[in-house]
Design a binder for this molecule. Sequence first.
Ligand SMILES: CC(C)(COP(=O)(O)OP(=O)(O)OC[C@H]1O[C@@H](n2cnc3c(N)ncnc32)[C@H](O)[C@@H]1OP(=O)(O)O)[C@@H](O)C(=O)NCCC(=O)NCCS
Length: 90
Amino acid sequence: MVTVAALYVLPEYRKEGLCRLILYYVNMVHAKRLRQLLNGTSQSTVDPSLLYMHADTEAYNVPTQKFMLRCGYKIVNYTNWFTIIPVERN
Ligand SMILES: CC(C)(COP(=O)(O)OP(=O)(O)OC[C@H]1O[C@@H](n2cnc3c(N)ncnc32)[C@H](O)[C@@H]1OP(=O)(O)O)[C@@H](O)C(=O)NCCC(=O)NCCS
């Protein structure tokens, strides 16, 4: 699986196709590696999770969700994230 997150393009360069280019490049690299990995492998032995191209975004980040939808992704799940940090013990 390849996962992308925290995509960010400077405001003055947005809507010029930059992020789409990067996303497609990352996916092409993933597809190429998968092809090498799967070469000669029986389909039944392939872990399906390897095949996913996945992205995370905060729920409030609607621009990124719209961008991902335009790039061919679909929303499959909503998840709550918790930030957990270690607490110092005295
Ligand atoms: C979302 C973001 C990464 C998109 O980058 P970008 O380089 O402007 O995107 P692209 O130009 O490659 O756009 C690709 C497609 O998505 C669409 N798109 C991009 N931003 C969009 C938006 N805000 N609303 C609707 N569609 C959008 C484009 O119109 C284009 O569609 P089309 O060519 O099929 O018509 C950029 O707007 C950004 O950095 N936003 C802030 C994200 C942020 O807050 N990140 C913090 C950490 S998550």
